[in-house]
Design a binder for this molecule. Structure first.
Ligand code: NDP
Ligand code: 8X3
Length: 256
């Protein structure tokens, strides 16, 4: 297993769910943790927790990945030791609504496209030149089973995750003459704030999504990301699909 000690791991959307679990899992491997999200207070709390529990260096900054100039500025402003990012976990993302396309809310569409596709691109564009220059690095994109199968009402969210899959593949092609690795980790249902965000804060509706089955935990996904990152340098894990045992597809879920 490759060591992650002192590697700089940059995780976007670390204030909650999978991103937060990734920060903890990579810190457990003694990596240096660089985290961002919009909710600064949460990041501050997580940073303190990581330093205390794992004794690793942590740097955090508020960032909206939809804001391209802010993304570029934030990465450029990092001190040298933090700017040489070894592993980028493109995790920040969200779903909004589950409406038929004919009734979809334009604001929801913009938010998903701007965050899940354009945000991922902006962060990648800011980080990749350094990786290419140094001839080393690993990009781990958090996709979704929704990037493999479309489900009713999933329309635009699924399209954004199909895009994450296409961008992961495209990036792999573009970097094929470098040692830089590109992996996509694609989860099924993970219990996080994801559904609460999807249903605009309707907790009752969000809870129903996970009723009667054991969903994945965000730690399950963080474990998969760490596994990708700890393979020997000649091994690139291209895609990992992780599903709850009770979920056979996006539309077939066994509930007790
Ligand atoms: P959460 O809602 O718990 O976490 C989402 C994270 O993304 C938060 O930290 C949030 O931080 C951050 N984020 C959202 N928008 C932005 C933005 N504009 N700029 C910076 N950060 C942002 O959900 P999950 O942990 O479940 O989601 C993480 C990823 O996993 C997403 O890409 C999602 O699509 C994917 N996924 C989730 C699945 C699930 O079932 N939960 C299954 C498959 C994939 P803040 O609000 O503070 O900015
Ligand atoms: C989240 C999983 O199936 O709710 O990406 O779209 S799903």
């Amino acid at each position: 297993m490759g060591s992650l000690k002192d590697k700089v791991v940059f995780i976007t959307g670390a204030s909650s769910g999978i991103g937060r679990s990734c920060a903890r899992a990579f810190a457990d491997q003694k990596a240096k943790i660089l985290i961002c999200a919009r909710r600064a207070e949460r990041l501050e709390k997580l940073a303190a927790e990581l330093k205390q529990e794992f004794g690793v260096p942590v740097r955090h900054f508020p960032l909206d990945v939809r804001n391209q100039p802010a993304v570029e500025k934030a990465v450029a402003a990092l001190p040298d030791e933090w700017r040489r990012i070894d592993i980028l976990v493109n995790n920040a993302g969200l779903s909004r609504g589950l409406e038929k396309l004919s009734r979809g809310l334009l604001g929801d569409w913009e938010e998903m496209i701007d965050t899940n596709i354009k945000g991922l691109l902006y962060v990648s564009r800011a980080v990749l030149p350094g990786m290419v220059e140094r001839g080393s690095g690993h990009v781990i994109n958090i996709g979704s089973i929704a990037g493999y199968e479309v489900y009713p009402g999933g329309n635009v969210y699924c399209a954004t995750k199909f895009a994450v899959r296409a961008l992961s593949k495209g990036l792999r092609l573009d970097l094929s003459d470098t040692p830089i690795r590109v992996s996509e980790v694609a989860p099924g249902m993970v219990e996080t704030e994801f559904s609460l965000v999807r249903f605009h804060g309707d907790a009752e509706r969000a809870d129903k999504v996970y009723q009667g089955l054991e969903p994945l935990s965000p730690d399950d996904i963080a474990e998969a990301a760490v596994w990708c990152a700890t393979r020997p340098p000649h091994v690139n894990i291209s895609e990992v699909i992780v599903m709850p045992t009770a979920q056979a597809s996006t539309t077939l879920v066994h509930r007790k």
